[in-house]
Ligand binder design. Structure first.
Ligand code: HEM
Length: 457
């Protein structure tokens, strides 16, 4: 519980590519950390290897049981196909503008030269982005109760230690920790179902481009749509899966950048080169290759989860010559994979160049799991990380307030200790205000332009 990364790496050093853990409350877990075995795991038959049951045991009490996260086999594939258009590359253009604006707003509110924790700030950006992209919230006046409850659930439930401690999941009424969490989830459920009912009553509006609106209109091949319960579970899943993960990854990426001045310098040079005096837009993002490499390397170097992508064996399954009986969990030990010296020479060195000009092997770099269950929001998360990091770097200079930075458990996730304290050294005038990027010594919010050009919205 306390040092999952160190523990898994010590097990790997002692036992090799595959080893078994027997954990109280979690059963028998086979940890896998070689690309060849991960390929077998991720391409294994979905009727033999169930991913939904693995997800349900951690997040089922929040998401419900009718979402793509929890469904299995044909029902899962059918649902995934229905959701995919919302996560298609083209849709990212529409979310990009919100991502940039939310980041600019956050940076403008950061104090000059005073220490503050960056992690909650990044979480707040990703939360607002997801609330806007998924629910269309943040614009209409009647959102407040729903927004408040979704925000509280996202902040209080997803990172709760209780989720990974099944023996403590006892509902002893509203004053017990688990009972309180269930009560909050129940309140959120009611508000969300009321919103779904309202949207159904009012019908589709062309200006509503959020994922809820798309899913309300989505139809399976037989013409059937999603029921209220299915819609609810899918939306909660997107909120849960898409906010803490990306917010924590962004915080670690900033930690990597700020503790490597040569990397920051090269990133700033690339941004100046690609953007010049223009405002960040969709057309710039594919050209920010070094930023892309920094993101991939930070995800490798600083995993937000010790493992990711688990499967429950339903029928005898052979993996790398081992016969696994039903009831065993098989798990992608990604924090080990990403620190193997045969795949990543000098794995404890942060070196974005590893990812420059190279196609990523899906079984060597596995932060988003794999196969038919690979993270649905991968493109969304990587896009958001690019937009947020580019915007922060263009808007301010920051420094770490304390180093070295230690990793700490935050529920299921691994986050920087004390939320990563940082200081803003100076704000930078945004391109478009004046030719070139300039430092503003006395602070003041970066000027923002209201136009959405470049995002193709
Ligand atoms: C850096 C950010 C993120 C990381 C590291 C991450 C990681 C993961 C992992 C490890 C899985 C399990 C994959 C497997 O079982 O093989 C997963 C599944 C999933 N993620 Fe993400 N995720 C991130 C962001 C997001 C975002 C932004 C969204 C949505 C907006 C999202 C939605 C989902 C969904 C719906 C699934 C279930 C997919 C399925 O079972 O078919 N994730 N994610």
């Amino acid at each position: 519980m306390k040092d999952p990364l160190g523990f898994l790496r010590r097990c790997y050093a002692r036992y090799g590519d595959v080893f078994t853990l027997r954990e109280i409350g979690f059963g028998t877990e086979v940890m896998v950390s070689s690309p060849a075995l991960l390929k077998e795991l991720f391409t294994g038959p979905p009727e033999v290897l169930h991913a939904g049951e693995a997800n349900e045991r951690i997040f089922g009490s929040i998401t419900g049981t009718q979402s793509s996260f929890i469904l299995e086999e044909q029902a899962h594939l059918r649902r995934r196909r229905l959701l995919l258009p919302s996560f298609h590359g083209d849709r990212m253009h529409e979310y990009g503008d919100t991502m940039r604006r939310q980041t600019e707003k956050a940076v403008a509110s950061w104090p000059l030269r005073e220490e503050f924790a960056l992690h909650p700030e990044m979480q707040s950006i990703t939360l607002h982005v997801i609330l806007h992209a998924v629910f269309g919230l943040g614009q209409a006046a009647n959102d407040s109760t729903l927004e408040h409850l979704l925000t509280r659930t996202a902040n209080e439930a997803v990172a709760s230690m209780l989720l990974i401690l099944p023996p403590l999941q006892r509902d002893l009424g509203r004053w017990s920790p688990w009972g309180r969490l269930l009560h909050l989830i129940h309140q959120m459920d009611e508000a969300l179902l009321a919103e779904i009912a309202r949207r159904r009553r009012e019908g589709a509006k062309p200006e509503q481009r959020d994922i809820l609106s798309l899913l309300l209109q989505a139809r399976y091949e037989n013409g059937e749509g999603l029921s209220d319960g299915e819609l609810h579970d899918e939306l909660v899943t997107l909120l849960m899966a898409g906010h803490e993960t990306t917010g924590t990854s962004l915080t670690w990426a900033m930690e990597c950048i700020l503790s490597h001045p040569e990397v920051e310098q090269r990133l700033r040079a690339e941004l100046d080169d690609v953007l010049g005096d223009e405002q960040l837009g969709h057309e710039h993002l594919t050209r920010l290759e070094y930023l892309d490499a920094v993101i991939k390397e930070s995800i490798r170097y600083r995993p937000i989860m010790p493992t990711g992508g688990a499967r429950l064996v339903k029928r005898p399954f052979s993996l790398g010559g081992y016969e696994l009986p039903p009831g065993v969990w098989v798990i992608n030990a990604l924090s080990v994979v990403h620190h193997r010296s045969d795949l990543y020479p000098e794995p404890d060195v942060f070196r974005p160049e590893r990812f420059l000009g190279r196609r990523v092997d899906p079984y060597e770099w596995t932060p988003f799991g794999g196969g038919v269950r690979r993270c649905l929001g991968m493109a969304f998360a990587l896009y958001e990380m690019k937009v947020v990091l580019a915007t922060v770097l263009r808007s301010a200079r920051l420094e770490l307030a304390r180093s070295p930075v230690k990793a700490r458990r935050r529920g299921f996730f691994i986050a920087p200790e004390n939320g990563l304290p940082v200081r803003v050294l100076s704000r930078l005038r945004r391109a478009g205000d004046v030719p070139g990027t300039q430092e503003v010594a006395t602070g003041g919010a970066p000027a923002r332009s209201e136009d959405t050009m470049g995002w193709g919205a």
